[in-house]
Design a binder for this molecule. Structure first.
Ligand SMILES: Nc1ncnc2c1ncn2[C@@H]1O[C@H](COP(=O)(O)OP(=O)(O)OP(=O)(O)O)[C@@H](O)[C@H]1O
Ligand SMILES: [Mg+2]
Length: 245
């Protein structure tokens, strides 16, 4: 991550199309220092939204993607032995608190209970963590510290309900869903400008039919924006190959 919280990969990403005025809500939350929980199914643009927001605010973004394998030490840090000296290597939570960065906790409901407990401590009104791992040092977050977390809906493999006290640390909850067809069309065009528009319209219609079937549990899996973008890349790549022949 460079100074402005941009990485090379992010530079190549098309801009986030803010079709449901989400930036406005994020902006207000950020000004007031109220933490935000973004809730939505896979591939609805949650990660892209957070990255773009950090970019807009020109702040450094620290991210962690939770899974059952995420340990307290990833968040808080751990001791290591270097050339005979014991030192404490700060985890991402402590680093972001001390620097006052933006912290992105991705798929927070995939984390284990002990990991969530440490977050509870940091995210309450005092915004402090006592580092039992580092001689009881008390870390207090800088004022600019800001936290955004995401969760996938509960039917997602490996996810569980967030404990109520942790949920209450995110008073602003943003629900994201798949965009209306016209907006999805615009988004995919941003990613694949030369896509055949008629095929794209049909592809998006099909994706939406499958999403509806999945929402009433007729289907186990449905395509996200990731798939409509990939489909468009495939069909436009295919037509280019045909032209070359
Ligand atoms: N509003 C948007 N504007 C531009 N691109 C978008 C938008 N929404 C989604 N995308 C694109 O769709 C793809 C999936 O988005 P992203 O990875 O942000 O979704 P996600 O909700 O974080 O998914 P997951 O839950 O699987 O982590 C990305 O390529 C992203 O750039
Ligand atoms: Mg994501």
């Amino acid at each position: 991550m460079e100074e402005q919280g941009k990485s090379e990969v992010e530079e190549n990403f098309p801009e986030y199309l803010d079709w449901s005025n989400t930036f406005e809500t994020l902006e207000k939350a950020y000004e007031q220092g109220i933490f935000v929980l973004v809730i939505g199914p896979k591939g609805t643009g949650k990660t892209t939204l957070v990255r773009e927001f950090a970019k807009k605010k020109s702040v450094k973004l620290e991210s962690i993607n939770f899974s059952l394998r995420t340990r307290e030490s990833h968040l808080v840090g751990s001791k290591s032995l270097t050339e005979g000296n014991i030192q404490f290597d700060e985890g991402i939570l402590i680093k972001s608190m001390k620097e006052g960065d933006m912290l992105y906790l991705d798929e927070i409901n995939a984390a284990e209970a002990d990991v969530l407990l440490r977050l509870d401590e940091a995210l309450d009104d005092r915004r402090q963590v006592v580092l039992k791992e580092s001689d009881g040092e008390v870390v207090t977050a800088r004022k600019s510290w800001f936290v955004i977390a995401t969760i996938n809906p509960l039917n997602h493999v490996g996810t569980k309900e967030l404990p109520p006290q942790l949920l209450s640390r995110f008073p602003i909850r943003l629900r994201m869903d798949y965009p209306p067809e016209e907006q999805e069309f615009e988004i995919v065009k941003k990613h694949v400008p030369n896509v055949d528009e008629k095929s794209l319209t049909q592809g998006i219609k099909l994706a939406n039919t499958l999403r509806q079937a999945a929402s009433v549990e007729e289907l186990y899996y449905s395509p996200s924006l990731r798939e409509t973008i990939a489909y468009s890349k495939l069909i436009s790549g295919f037509s280019q190959t045909m032209v070359r022949k």
